[in-house]
Design a protein around this ligand. Structure first.
Ligand SMILES: NC(=O)C1=CN([C@@H]2O[C@H](COP(=O)(O)OP(=O)(O)OC[C@H]3O[C@@H](n4cnc5c(N)ncnc54)[C@H](OP(=O)(O)O)[C@@H]3O)[C@@H](O)[C@H]2O)C=CC1
Ligand SMILES: CC(=O)N[C@@H](CCC(=O)OP(=O)(O)O)C(=O)O
Length: 345
């Protein structure tokens, strides 16, 4: 069995990794860390895992992690970069669910994350882990930068149009809404029920740190830098992201051809479900799953396209996509441990 480590096993993405990995047929959890809960049995803290996992949290420990084949970091930004060089030297592959290896430019990293990068030499080697667009590079990678949650929903919806050269690169809009689990498990006043419940607001309109990540990746498929307006919103729900994406057509195409751009591009993708033209995907349909559901709209038959994209931020937006990347890196069937149906209601 392949040995897996998780640094940051008590957070929302960490416990989601645990939920998914205990059902994985080809891997065995070897080390799960938490500084605050070291010594606590994992199933005592998370009783949903009773009977599935007989392991206790440990302090992050290089020796124990070095005995793993692959280590996930489900930790705050700036944590994975501290241990990754030593793990790579020990022959361990790394998937970071945070942003440490997502931005290729260390200056951009420092500007948006306000921490100097401690291993900028690894940035060009790290592979951006959006499997539907970088599968071959992921298979060979020693370090995978798991995409952010908003960037996953936005890119999966916009990349097919941009790579087909169908839309204006200067006027892209991503109007995205997230549930509160996107902010993690740590206590914060802004995430209290009394602050978030029965309310709805935009935030970071002036610039969210996912903006440079999305633009970096969209720029790979176009010949001039994109201009994207990205507005995140906080919804009073726990899981899910709904991205409403706007793009302006620059070529004459029929609705059938538009739909085909998506259905053909994602025909072989197990985790991308393109709904019939003008469908309305719901976050609850993908809740608990590694799926992204997409739908293409063209209101009033005009040049303005509207693409709807929904994911579960903790699964396709984090832990599920990380396991999909692990499956590709380790040569397992890509759907291993990820064959779930959405939770209704
Ligand atoms: N929530 C989401 O929807 C998404 C989150 N992400 C990213 O994934 C990462 C984890 O997110 P999330 O699970 O929400 O975060 P949480 O705040 O819920 O959990 C953080 C975890 O990291 C551990 N940790 C904190 N600081 C350190 C440290 N210095 N060294 C080692 N372990 C540490 C914590 O345990 P302890 O302090 O006990 O060690 C805890 O287990 C973040 O970078 C986040 O941006 C990415 C996509 C989506
Ligand atoms: C609702 C909410 O607060 N969402 C978080 C999402 C960030 C996140 O999860 O970070 P990464 O995907 O970059 O790791 C935020 O906007 O900061």
């Amino acid at each position: 069995m392949t040995k897996i480590g998780i640094v940051g096993g008590t957070g929302y993405t960490g416990v989601e990794l645990l939920r998914l990995l205990v059902g994985h047929p080809h891997v065995q959890l070897h080390a799960v860390t938490s500084r605050a809960e070291a010594g606590t049995r994992i199933a005592d803290l998370y009783p949903n895992l009773r009977g599935h996992l007989d392991l206790s949290f440990t302090e992050p420990n290089l020796e124990q992690l070095s005995a793993c084949d692959l280590v996930f970091f489900a930790t705050p930004n700036g944590t994975a970069m501290q241990l990754t060089p030593d793990l790579l030297a020990a022959g361990v592959r790394v998937i970071d669910l945070a942003a440490d290896f997502r931005l290729q430019d260390p200056h951009s990293w420092q500007k948006w994350y306000e921490i100097p990068h401690t291993c900028p030499e690894l940035l060009s080697e790290a592979v951006y882990g959006l499997p539907e667009w970088h599968r071959e590079a992921i298979a060979q990678a020693r370090v995978v930068a798991n995409p952010g949650c908003y960037p996953t929903a936005v890119q999966l919806g916009l990349l097919p149009l941009l790579s087909a050269g169908l839309v204006d690169t200067d006027s892209l809009i991503a109007d995205a809404k997230s549930g509160v689990s996107g902010a993690g498990r740590k206590a914060s006043v802004g995430m209290l029920m009394g602050e978030v419940g029965e309310s709805f607001k935009a935030y970071n309109v002036h610039g969210h740190r996912h903006l440079p990540e999305i633009c970096q990746e969209l720029n790979r498929v176009v010949d001039r830098p994109v201009h994207l307006t990205f507005v995140p919103h906080l919804l009073p729900m726990i899981r899910g992201i709904h991205a409403t994406l706007y793009a302006t057509l620059v070529k004459e195409v029929s609705n059938e051809e538009l739909q085909e751009v998506f259905t053909q591009r994602y025909a072989d993708e197990a985790f991308i479900d393109v709904l019939p033209f003008a469908g309305h995907p719901e976050t609850r349909s993908v809740r608990g799953t590694n799926r992204c559901q997409l739908a293409v709209h063209r209101p009033q038959q005009g040049k303005q396209l509207v693409i709807l994209s929904v994911i579960d931020n903790l699964v396709k937006g984090a832990a599920g996509q990380a396991i999909q990347n692990m499956n590709i890196m380790l040569g397992f069937p890509e759907k291993s441990g990820l064959n779930h149906v959405g939770l209704l209601p």
